[in-house]
Design a protein around this ligand. Structure first.
Ligand SMILES: [Mn+2]
Length: 316
């Protein structure tokens, strides 16, 4: 029986994984079943990060199946959530099998045939999917609601990032009610701590923990590390991270590589600057001067809204 694989981006964050699970739940529980949503199966392109692992353990949820494009047969459909660009997709997905995209990022797509595109400029894909649930009168289970709230809090940095909209807050608080989570702030701190836990990661894993590759005028990779320990990382780990960045830059064949170290409590980002090319681009984008391979770009927390577009302009 053909399947509808629902998949988030490579190196999935909590929103990418939870959006896939939540959309499959919506399909399974909708009164009106769509043929192109037959057998909805949430899957992942890479293993769970520490934050998502923590949340799945906390709520007793098993991770979706990890697949490669070879697992998708020609009869199957594919739905992309939380991403759209080809460079962020599971490698090898046939674009002609994509029937639906649900996303909150800048669109950079072109398909050969009509595709159902659901885009909202909101703080997380999980917000959009809860909105879709409400339109279809589907109420998530307590566990699904807990995960969706966690995904919204994770993507919006506890409703504080520049990408946060009133929708995220309103729908997030509705989910908190269903989830019976009374202290949303305490829950946010728990998520932050799990997100910040890099103790089990190697330097290369940190550089590749939450990265995106952008097809700017120069192929640009931006990794973001959201942490509550920015100072420690920039003192104790800086040299080894720079060495790891050199290796990853060559491996992934990008022209520019930035690691953004974002302190989610202080609301500040410092960019790790690998070399001359990165320094020129970053200074042109954000002003200021690179000092000892670090550029302080101030209270910018959103890669999507406050970092990537500014770099894109400067690099062009
Ligand atoms: Mn997202």
């Amino acid at each position: 029986m053909p399947k509808t694989y629902i998949i988030g981006h490579q190196k999935p964050d909590t929103d990418a994984v939870v959006a896939a699970i939540a959309l499959a739940y919506l399909h399974d529980n909708s009164a009106e079943k769509m043929p192109q949503h037959e057998n909805s199966t949430p899957v992942i392109a890479d293993p769970l990060n520490p934050e998502t692992t923590f949340l799945f353990e906390k709520f007793g949820v098993t991770a979706p199946q990890l697949i490669t494009a070879a697992d998708i047969t020609l009869e199957d459909n594919v739905i992309l959530v939380d991403h759209n660009e080809e460079s962020q997709r599971l490698e090898g997905i046939n674009p002609d099998q994509i029937v639906n995209v649900v996303d909150h990022h800048k669109a950079n797509i072109n398909f050969n045939s009509p595709v159902c595109l659901i885009f909202r400029p909101w703080g997380s894909t999980s917000t959009i999917i809860y909105h879709m649930m409400k339109m279809k009168q589907v109420v998530p289970s307590k566990i699904i609601a807990s995960l969706m709230l966690a995904a919204i809090l994770s993507d919006t940095v506890g409703f504080k990032s520049a990408t946060t909209t009133p929708k995220d807050k309103a729908l997030g608080l509705e989910l908190a009610k269903i989830a019976e989570i009374e202290d949303v702030e305490a829950f946010t701190l728990e998520i932050f701590k799990a997100k910040s836990d890099i103790s089990t990661l190697t330097d290369q894993q940190i550089v590749k923990n939450d990265y995106k590759i952008f097809e700017f005028a120069k192929k640009t990779m931006i990794d973001q590390l959201e942490t509550v320990e920015q100072d420690m990382i920039l003192t104790e780990k800086k040299e080894s991270l720079l060495a790891a960045m050199q290796t990853v830059k060559a491996e992934l064949e990008v022209e520019l590589l930035f690691v953004a170290i974002t302190d989610i409590l202080k609301v500040n980002t410092k960019l790790l600057i690998l070399g001359e090319a990165e320094a020129i681009a970053a200074e042109a984008a954000f002003g200021g001067t690179v000092e000892n391979n670090v550029l302080d770009i101030g209270p910018k927390m959103s890669r999507k809204k406050e970092i990537a577009p500014v770099l894109e302009k400067a690099i062009a």
